[in-house]
Each structure stands twice: as C-alpha cells, then as structure tokens.
Write a new protein. Structure first.
Length: 126
C-alpha cells in the first residue's frame, strides 16, 4: 500500500509517483490541509439540516493529509483506473471514486492559495 510516510525515505520514487519533490510536496501540504479543513467545515461539520454530529460512521482509510495529497497527485500524474488506484492505496474502487471527486476540488483550492492555477478566461484569450 502506498503511503506518504513510507515514501518519504525514497525521494526518487516519491517524485516519479507524485510529480513533486519532497520539498515541493511539503510546501503544498499545509495549504492542502487548510483547504481540506475548509471543505470539511462547509460540506460536513456546519451544513444546514445536519441531524447527527460530525465524526460518526466508519472511519476513512486515507486519514493522514499527506496520504490524501499523495493519492490525488498520483491519480493526476498517472491516471490509473479507479480499481488500480484503490488497490494501491488499500481501498475499494467505489471509495477511490469518492476520494478522487472529493480531493480534486480540495487540490484545486490548495493550488489556488499557492497561485499555481492558470487563469482560465477564454474571452481574454487571443
């Protein structure tokens, strides 16, 4: 199973799997964590109509923020099938699908904080 803690000691493999060096990954990680906390607050913790408190139910397999960031970077670097993605990270295909969709928005938000996203305004393109 792939995990951030296992790959920290293997920088060449880490770079080939994620597309980022360890230093770049560690610079992006706090912004990703901030975006993840905002996502949780908006979608789960403080949403209207919530009947139960946050934290109930099954516990996620991707607990660590480093593992979440590695998961989504690996997906965008290699574009494996969700079945393969799930197998490599120790989850099923259905959960891989859920995580890909959740973490895509979180990654975009984190990259927006870092101002790494290109401005996409087609009407201004020449």
């Amino acid at each position: 199973m792939l995990s951030y803690t296992k790959l920290q000691s293997k920088p060449r493999i880490f770079r080939s799997l994620s597309g980022l060096s360890l230093a770049e990954f560690n610079n992006l990680l706090p912004k990703f964590e901030q975006a993840w906390q905002e996502y949780l607050a908006n979608k789960y913790i403080y949403r209207e109509g919530r009947k139960r408190g946050y934290g109930g139910g099954r516990k996620a397999e991707l607990i660590d923020s480093g593992d979440k960031l590695l998961f989504i970077l690996f997906y965008f670097r290699h574009y494996p099938t969700q079945e393969v993605q799930g197998f490599l990270f120790g989850i099923g295909q259905a959960q891989a699908n859920v995580w890909v969709h959740r973490l895509t928005g979180v990654l975009n938000q984190a990259l927006g904080y870092e101002q790494h996203l290109p401005k996409r305004q087609p009407h201004k393109s020449e």
